[in-house]
Design a protein around this ligand. Structure first.
Ligand code: NAG
Ligand code: NAG
Ligand code: NAG
Ligand code: NAG
Length: 797
């Protein structure tokens, strides 16, 4: 679960008790599993020099990038390739229209099965490999997948993860006690916030991931007779994943019953070869809200001597009420859970010329929250490249409210007068459930004037929820407006159909459709937070915005643009990193942390103005001037002292704390670009010409030849580099890979003119060329060294 605020205790703690005291009804306790082995052998090469040594023949500029990729892969893999060991180029690979870079995603195949964490991403332009990442398994292929047994040499990744966490908690607890006078143990005085936060976070991670029951061995053995039994492996996962104790007890007490109730049926292409491996669907899975998709695969697991082994696993995609998991569970009993990623995060038809008729009474784009400005009447200012049919139109065929309904109309597009369109379905969700189609949303009628009152009164706590519900029309309209604008903005910077954006219909431009954002306002499943679930391209993203009971009247997260932008940016970074069909590339540790950081950075950049200012995240909703992070984003090192090494501190094990360090680095780097290139008041590129070409306006530099358009100003250039780099970086990047991808993105876009500006920014935060980390833990720990130097070439800079 990617949340804005899960692990930060201050508000979460206060709010938890408040919520109960005022009788707002039960708030569900959310749990999120997430762990997996560290891939020590994975690497990313972004320096062309190293790539050139691998490039064996001269290539012409117009070579087919997929042919280039194939020769490159085959050169890297060399004699590793055999009948049983191969690869496939994934179908979500694409060529970026703006940069001309082809992003090729590759999956390793052994004995006909995918290695679910054997990934390559190869970035190619003009016949040259610009950079690539590789986490392929390098050992010998097992002779046949059925022969695999539980090997004593293979470590138990889950057990190790939990043992490591337990040690870490103990260590933290002891050092915490050592700094505290006796009365702390009695609970009389507040512990120092940092250590307290670390301990609480680690304990929370431990509780979610480690405190579940292993299926009794005799149960597992019975079912192991079915060789690579799917259902008991799945039940083992459900026992671990369900937040409901009664479900756990019921499964353990009625194991055979649950096993016999689950129904398996084959899906996939049985007759003709297809890109997708055949998979099994499993129905009647306890606590899953939809049938579970299961595929047999390999997963890489570290051995005792640090070597890497292959483990035969069932890969499950499990959609639950509050989580959406991709899990790998050992296929051989007793079933061990090898890795878990929670996807949740705390023929073209002529396009009609739509009229921009809708209006909304909202806090306009750029106003972060109600303290920063007043509501005004804003037009449906959709971007005609990003939203060709506007915000209130979608094909009948892609409209979930017509699913299973026989259509009588001959029209292709349906026009709506509600907050329901091709990019976003916005509605209330007071029940906090997963259904959304028939939830309430405002209907503004044919005039489409979404003008609703927002005048919350201060009430007793007991009436605060009801008071907030009175302005549901206004808050849903706001959420619809902000989400659509962000859809259009990110589109213009390259988050389009082929790269995995969120749209019901893709206008024949590639990528998978039927995945608009389901945006729930005032979601009843929580308070004082927000979250976004990102399944792979072709399945709807789900954003849940909460009320904040941090003040009276309650504050509504839907009105704080920074929170909405942060959440939508999870969808962006997850779909762009490692390819649109791989949602497991920002799972935890540094990569999970950066998943949070990009959201903070983009939200802060969007609200910033020509006059520099520091900004804190979430101040309004949380009702705290300093916001919900440890520090505001600032150029002043007294105000924000974060450096790379800050990540070693015990308070920094959670993804949000890691993310704030990354966002601070990006903030400093972007200010360097602004100093050099100036500032544009609008991040929106000019509207396209009638023929679809984009004019330069004052936004882009004068166009030169076939080169991609380059944003002229520092703030727009930063956003462009950050998005381009997400596409270049490997699956499961760390800070180094993400930094290198930004530097490569600049090399590609501007010819590297900002090389030293970028390095200067990163180095000032300790992320210089010789920064280093050893003893990494999966939850983000490690021992880091800051490097404040810049590369030699920039010495005199
Ligand atoms: C929807 O609106 C467009 C113009 O925006 C129009 O061309 C089209 O006919 C409308 N569709 C329906 C079903 O009314
Ligand atoms: C929302 O707006 C509709 C008109 O579109 C109105 O009938 C309804 O009463 C409003 N709801 C609230 C809670 O004000
Ligand atoms: C920036 O500051 C200048 C001078 O203090 C002021 O005139 C201008 O309105 C400010 N601009 C913004 C966008 O706040
Ligand atoms: C940085 O912030 C501190 C604390 O607010 C302040 O005392 C100092 O003057 C600031 N430094 C600069 C260069 O603005």
């Amino acid at each position: 679960m990617r949340c804005l605020f899960t692990a930060s205790l201050a508000a979460a703690g206060i709010a938890g008790t408040l919520a109960h005291r005022v009788g707002d009804g039960p708030v569900r306790h959310r749990k999120s599993l997430g762990f997996g082995p560290v891939h020590k052998h994975a690497y990313y090469r972004s320096s062309p020099y190293q790539v050139v040594t691998n490039a064996f023949t001269r290539r012409s500029d117009d070579a087919d990038p997929f042919e280039v990729a194939r020769s490159f892969i085959e050169d890297i893999l060399g004699n590793q390739l055999s009948e049983s060991s191969s690869y496939k180029i994934r179908k979500d690979s694409y060529t970026d229209k703006a940069t001309g870079i082809t992003h090729v995603y590759v999956r390793q195949i052994i004995n006909g099965l995918e290695v679910s964490d054997g990934d390559m991403n190869i970035n190619i332009k003009d016949g040259m490999v610009l950079s690539y990442g590789n986490s392929f398994f390098t050992g010998p292929a097992p002779s046949h997948f059925m022969q695999q047994s539980l090997d004593d040499d293979i470590r138990h990744p889950h057990q190790e993860f939990c043992d490591g966490l337990t040690d870490e908690i103990e260590l933290n607890y002891n050092s915490f006690l050592a700094t505290q006078p006796d009365q702390v143990v009695m609970g009389d005085s507040a512990p120092t916030p940092k250590v307290d936060k670390a301990l609480k976070h680690l304990t929370h991670v431990h509780h979610s991931n480690c405190r579940f029951q292993q299926l009794p061995t005799d149960m597992a053995v019975q079912t192991a007779e079915r060789d690579i039994d799917l259902r008991s492996a799945l039940l083992q996962f459900m026992v671990a994943a369900t937040p409901n104790d009664h479900v756990v007890n019921d499964i353990l007490g009625n194991f055979e019953h649950y096993l016999s109730k689950m129904v398996e049926y084959m899906q996939g292409n049985h007759f003709a070869p297809s890109d997708e491996p055949a998979y099994v669907m499993v129905d009647n899975v306890p606590d899953a809200v939809n049938p579970v998709k299961a595929t047999l695969a390999y997963h890489q697991v570290p051995g005792k001597d640090d070597s890497v082994h292959l483990s035969l696993v069932w890969k499950f995609e499990v959609e639950m009420q509050d989580n959406w998991y991709e899990a790998a569970v050992s296929a051989i009993a007793p079933h061990r859970i090898v890795s878990v990623v929670d996807w949740a995060s705390d023929a073209p038809v002529p396009i009609p010329e739509p009229e921009k008729t809708a209006t909304y009474n909202v806090f306009a784009f750029g106003i972060n929250d109600p303290e920063e400005g007043k509501r005004t009447i804003e037009k449906e200012s959709f971007d005609s490249l990003a939203s060709p049919v506007g915000w209130h139109s979608l094909p009948y065929a892609n409209d979930p409210s017509f699913r299973g309904v026989k259509l009588t109309t001959k029209e292709f597009y349906r026009n709506t007068t509600t907050t329901w369109g091709n990019n976003v379905f916005a509605q209330e969700n007071w029940e906090g459930q997963n259904a959304y189609v028939s939830n309430y949303r405002p209907d503004a009628g044919p005039g489409k004037a979404f003008d609703y009152p927002y005048k919350p009164k201060e009430t007793d706590k007991g009436d605060a929820l009801e008071e907030a519900q009175k302005y549901i029309n206004a808050t849903v309209a706001q959420l619809f407006y902000t989400t659509n604008i962000i859809h259009d903005l990110y589109y213009r910077y390259g988050f389009d159909e082929v790269s995995g954006n969120f749209q019901q219909y893709n206008f024949g431009r590639g990528g998978e459709g039927n995945d608009a954002v389901i945006a729930n306002a005032q979601d009843g499943s929580g308070y004082n937070n927000a979250n976004f679930m990102t399944p792979p391209d072709g399945q709807n993203g789900r954003m849940r915005m909460y009320l904040w009971n941090t003040a009276l009247p309650y504050r509504d997260g839907d009105f704080e643009a920074g929170i909405v932008i942060h959440e939508l940016s999870h969808g962006l970074s997850t779909r762009l990193t490692g390819g649109p069909l791989n949602s497991g590339c920002l799972p935890f540790g540094e990569s999970g942390g950066m998943g949070e950081g990009w959201g903070d950075f983009l939200a802060t950049t969007i609200r910033s103005t020509a006059n520099y200012s520091d900004y804190a995240m979430g101040s309004w909703a949380a009702n705290r001037v300093q916001g919900i992070r440890n520090y505001p984003y600032s150029l002043n090192e007294t105000i924000n002292p974060s450096t790379y090494k800050t990540l070693d501190k015990p308070g920094y094990f959670g993804v949000h704390a890691v993310g704030e360090v990354w966002a601070q680095m990006l903030w400093v780097v972007s200010q360097g670009l602004i100093e050099k290139h100036g500032f544009t008041d609008t991040l929106f590129p000019p509207a396209p010409n009638a023929d679809g070409t984009v004019p330069e306006g004052d936004f882009y530099r004068p166009k030169s030849g076939k080169k991609p358009l380059v944003p002229k100003h520092g703030n727009s250039l930063s956003v462009q580099l950050v998005l381009n780099a997400m596409k270049l970086q490997p699956c499961r990047p760390g800070f180094f890979e993400a930094r290198d991808a930004i530097i490569l993105a600049d090399q590609q876009l501007t010819g590297g003119e900002n090389f030293c500006t970028l390095w200067k920014g990163f180095s000032s935060k300790g992320l210089g060329p010789d920064a280093n980390v050893v003893l990494r833990t999966p939850w983000g720990g490690g021992v880091r060294t800051d490097d404040f130097e810049v590369p030699l070439a920039c010495d005199s800079y």
